[in-house]
Design a protein around this ligand. Structure first.
Ligand code: NAD
Length: 304
């Protein structure tokens, strides 16, 4: 069954370059009308230009697709509201939002200027929240919406020198976890892509051969699935070089320490059991964890 987006409207943030450009082209090639958002900043988030977004719009049009450019800064409420209002004026709906815009301001935490910490959180996490919040009522009303966040191995697994970026990229996973639950009744599905790609963000970090293998176009098919009609929800899809894997958060079965036995020494002594991956499971939501613990404690006391 082929995946198509005919009749649908997609907003892709940071679509003037790299992964966003590839996603925008991919969506348009399969029938979506695309808002190519880009502030046209440097990797560090400096400057501004409409050139990159306009060039991608031209590419889409040249291939027979429909697109408009918008230069909203995703971390600016008013500019985001204007982008969504212009999209609605033009096409009257928003089916897909791809939160992709991003910057880097790497430094070890010891040397990190907290203004750079805030700025990175602002673009990635607040930007994703602002754009999603702006389209949320439209998607609820339509009873249809597909939202993709963009995380990173840096946020999921850690990367030296990226405390700001890693925190922001883990933050969007938290946002997805909650929005996936809140959106479900209105047929809004929320997923996260965790890409690793050759873009200007990574060109100085990777060897030539790796850069050739890691083209953004090798990742976009995964993104297209995450925003398609039959998309899953609350999935973290990790992707690069044509490889796709699901990243999941599991909780081990764990142990119960009761009464006088509930001591830090016993936590230390039984840490291997606490950590035992046998029977580990993902949790459906926060209270699944609470219920699990309450049940274990109640069972041990013979309570119902
Ligand atoms: P890129 O620098 O090529 O593209 C990012 C785009 O976002 C740029 O065109 C930039 O102008 C735009 N942008 C930045 N700040 C903006 C703002 N405030 N408002 C609107 N647009 C803004 O980078 P990329 O590698 O294509 O990254 C895309 C996304 O993927 C980012 O969220 C990035 O963190 C994430 N990511 C990339 C990699 C990778 O290996 N390249 C790995 C993990 C995650």
């Amino acid at each position: 069954m082929s995946i198509r987006f005919d009749g649908q409207v997609a907003i892709v943030t940071g679509a003037g370059a790299g992964l966003g450009r590839s996603h925008a082209l991919g969506l348009a090639a399969r029938g979506a009308r695309v808002v190519v958002n880009d502030l046209g900043v440097s990797t560090a988030g400096e400057g501004a230009s409409s050139d990159a977004a306009l060039a991608v719009v031209e590419e889409i049009k040249a291939a027979g697709g429909e697109a408009i450019a918008h230069g909203a800064d995703v971390s600016n409420d008013e500019q985001v509201a204007d982008m969504v209002a212009k999209t609605m004026d033009r096409w009257g709906r928003v089916d897909i939002l791809v939160n992709n815009a991003g910057i880097l301001r790497d430094k070890t935490f010891a040397k990190m200027d907290m203004a750079d910490f805030r700025k990175v959180i602002d673009v990635h996490l607040i930007g994703s929240a602002l754009c999603t919040h702006a389209v949320w009522p439209i998607m609820r009303e339509q009873k249809y919406g597909r939202v993709a966040m963009t995380s990173s191995a840096s946020g999921l697994y850690g990367n030296f020198g990226q405390s700001n970026y890693g925190a922001a990229k883990a933050g969007v996973v938290g946002l997805m976890n909650v929005l996936g639950l809140e959106g479900a009744r209105d047929n809004i599905r929320v997923n996260t892509l965790a890409p690793t790609a050759a873009t200007r963000m990574t060109e100085s970090l990777l060897p030539e051969q790796a850069l050739e293998l890691l083209a953004p176009e090798t990742i976009t098919p995964g993104l297209l699935y995450l925003v398609s009609e039959d998309a899953p929800t609350r999935v973290i899809l990790s992707a690069g070089a044509g490889c796709f894997a699901q990243t999941r958060i599991y909780e081990t079965e764990g142990i119960l320490l009761e009464g006088d036995g509930n001591t830090p020494e016993n936590v230390a002594a039984r840490f291997a059991e606490i950590n035992d991956p046998e029977n580990q499971k993902p949790m459906q939501d926060a209270f699944s964890q609470t219920r699990k613990y309450a049940r274990k404690a109640a069972d041990a006391r013979g309570l119902n």
